[in-house]
Design a protein around this ligand. Structure first.
Ligand code: SF4
Ligand code: SF4
Ligand code: FES
Length: 262
């Protein structure tokens, strides 16, 4: 039998092959290991990983360590389970085996490519969260006392902001972005989009100038080459290109203001 094809015992359950790029820690070499998992209808990639963790024996019959991955919500909300599945970055909790169209071929799982690997499929996404802090991606309110009703937000503005609020900080857009590399400081689409979300909020606008100051430096919005990969891979269909164009316009207006107020 071809070792890359899933065994299909006549009387047993159908199996799916899972090939995982394993790495024992940061700066350790990577290797591939393959596992056979009994296939059930509607199973997702995480349930395959759970089976492998409980039965860590490769298809070559070698005992190995349980693979490590990250997850939280299991419903495509937290972004923690993001990995590269059959070459495409996406969430493993919403990747259903039946829909991956593998048909006897192995499903390949690899860690995200732009963040440092912690172990196996788990990566360190600190850079993304640090950049969100740098641009102050929040509405500034002082304390938890009752501030009364917030400013009214028009229906039109709500409709413009809502799609941006759906970002789950998964980092798919960064993984697919040719400009986002370990050798530069580009913040990427997710951070630029969140800057727009909070710049356009009546209270969040108090920090607009500070956010734009960060995004007008090296690694800011001008470093985007508008390839659009960030839109294609976004699981929440966030209009990243439009957000980037809007923040570029805000940055231009801010630069003109800065020129006259010097
Ligand atoms: S448009 Fe291209 S360069 Fe700009 S953030 Fe998206 S993927 Fe990166
Ligand atoms: S913009 Fe989309 S791809 Fe990027 S972090 Fe947010 S949800 Fe993920
Ligand atoms: S576990 Fe939260 S997005 Fe998959």
């Amino acid at each position: 039998m071809n070792p890359t094809q899933a065994p299909m015992p006549a009387d047993g359950p159908k199996t799916v092959l899972i090939r995982i790029r394993r790495q024992d820690g940061p700066d350790k070499p990577s290797r591939w290991e393959q596992f056979a998992v009994p296939q059930r209808p509607n199973m997702n990639v995480i349930s395959c990983l759970q089976y492998i963790a409980a039965h860590p024996t490769t298809t070559a019959g070698l005992a190995t360590t349980p693979p490590v991955w990250d997850s939280g919500c299991l419903e495509e909300v937290c972004g923690a389970c993001t990995m590269v599945i059959n070459g495409r970055v996406r969430q493993s909790c919403s990747a259903l085996v039946d829909k991956l169209g593998v048909d006897g071929e192995p499903i390949t799982l690899e860690p995200m490519r732009k963040f440092p690997v912690v172990r196996d499929l788990m990566v360190d996404r600190h850079r993304l969260f640090d950049d969100l802090k740098r641009i102050q991606a929040w509405v500034p309110i002082d304390g938890t006392h009752d501030l009364g009703p917030g400013p009214r937000i028009s229906q039109k503005l709500q409709e413009r902001r809502y799609p941006l609020s759906r970002c789950i900080s998964c980092g798919c857009c960064l993984d697919a972005c040719p400009q986002y590399t370990s050798g530069n400081r580009f913040v990427g689409a997710a951070v630029i989009t969140q800057a727009l979300l909070f710049n356009d909020h009546p209270t969040g606008a108090a920090l607009k100038e500070e956010r734009l100051r960060v995004l007008m430096r090296e690694g800011g919005v001008a470093d985007c080459s508008k390839a659009g990969n960030c839109v294609e891979v976004c699981p929440k269909e966030i209009p990243n290109l439009e957000s980037i164009a809007a923040v570029q316009r805000q940055a231009t207006v801010q630069a003109i203001k800065n020129f006259f107020v010097r």
